[in-house]
Design a protein. Structure first.
Length: 225
């Protein structure tokens, strides 16, 4: 198991080498990788990412065209009728909380940043409904700013591969940042997320055909080979 920065020590050269192998193979599988969420600007991506909690990107893509047509700017959404926004985002689940969050975050963007999304993690996480994961997705995707977003897929894949032994997303983020070069962070999460959906699935990981089998540390893979 990796002993990494979150444990107070840096990774060994062996662990870095294994991380490089994992990244190289994932880049071969996914040479280009971007979010499946549709958006035109950082604000739309931020709103779409907030809406994507606990649902699929496809479900979000079904509601955002109407949402952004009805409310084309942060000012428009900040002044929206909550009931109307709830109706539009209904199919993404948790629609009351999500409608409230995207209205409030748009209002704060207007009030504090003149309607512009700040390209800064510490500032983004002060906005309503925006955690480190959402902020990291937006930074990496909209600007290519090095950031590691830890969602349920990144957590599962990282733990199975033995890149972290932590469960806390902040500590997993630290471990991954310590293991992988900064210039790779922006694409790392997206590749882990897609790999977690396609191969290293939660219930039925396809270990028998996995290109990371030999570098994986998950004991359960042997039963699925
Ligand atoms: S061998 Fe199995 S558990 Fe390990 S990374 Fe591949 S799919 Fe995931």
């Amino acid at each position: 198991m990796a002993t990494t920065k979150a444990d107070g020590a840096g990774p060994t050269s062996e662990e870095r080498k294994r991380a490089r192998t994992i990244l190289r193979r994932l880049k071969k599988r996914y040479p280009e990788i971007h979010t499946a969420l549709r958006y035109r600007d950082p604000w739309q991506l931020l709103v779409a990412t907030v809406l994507s909690a606990q649902t699929t990107d496809e479900a979000v893509n079904q509601v955002t065209p109407e949402l952004f047509e009805r409310y084309p700017t942060p000012e428009d959404l900040a002044n929206a009728d909550p009931a109307e926004v709830e109706r539009i985002v209904h199919r993404t689940g948790f629609f009351r909380q999500k409608a409230s969050a995207i209205i409030r975050l748009s209002a704060e963007l207007v009030e504090r940043y003149g309607g512009e999304v700040p390209p800064d993690l510490d500032e983004l996480v002060t906005l309503p409904g925006v955690g480190r994961k959402t902020a990291s997705v937006v930074l990496a995707e909209a600007w290519g700013i090095p950031a590691v977003a830890v969602d349920t897929h990144v957590k599962r894949v990282s733990r199975r591969l033995g890149l972290t032994e932590h469960s806390d997303p902040d500590k997993i983020e630290e471990d991954l940042k310590a293991l992988f070069p900064r210039e790779e962070w922006a694409g790392l999460s997206m590749r882990f997320i897609q790999f977690g959906r396609d191969v290293c699935r939660a219930r039925d990981p396809d270990c028998g055909r996995c290109e990371l089998f030999d570098v994986c540390r998950w004991p359960g893979r042997l039963e699925r080979a």
